[in-house]
Design a protein around this ligand. Structure first.
Ligand code: ZN
Length: 133
């Protein structure tokens, strides 16, 4: 069985994650509404499950004009999809809150993914299972 996210579920899950996950809740979510942050489902992605990138303002190269998060069209499980989404949102946190020029997979990120993010994701998935019955 595979999990296929659509733009609606990704937007809803991103909203939940940015609202409830420590650290990630500091991401300026209003950027999503003013068009500076965009989301994309990419069914052709085959070597990776997601990406997060920034684009510089063409007129003013020192300023970041927008960010984009891309998610693959198909995952082995909903958990795998959520882990990918949180992974990309952590990169967004690195670029928007920490103001890093490029995202990285440093110690801080691996610690976050294996402790805080894992705990929050377990909680989120447990709650979903509960609502299914
Ligand atoms: Zn990454």
């Amino acid at each position: 069985m595979t999990y296929k996210p659509n733009l609606g579920t990704v937007t809803g899950d991103m909203y939940h994650i940015l609202k409830h996950f420590p650290l990630l809740k500091n991401i300026p979510f209003q950027e999503y509404y003013n068009g500076k942050l965009s989301l994309e489902i990419d069914p052709d992605m085959d070597t990776e499950w997601g990406y997060c990138m920034s684009a510089k303002d063409a007129m003013c190269p020192l300023r970041i004009a927008k960010w984009e998060i891309g998610i693959a069209g198909e995952f082995p499980t909903r958990r795998r999809y959520l882990v990918t989404l949180v992974h990309e949102l952590f990169h967004l946190y690195q670029m928007t809150v920490l103001k890093l020029p490029t995202p990285n997979h440093g110690k801080r990120m691996s610690t976050y993914m294996s402790t805080t993010a894992k705990r929050q994701l377990d909680k989120m998935l447990r709650r979903e299972t509960k609502w299914q019955y």
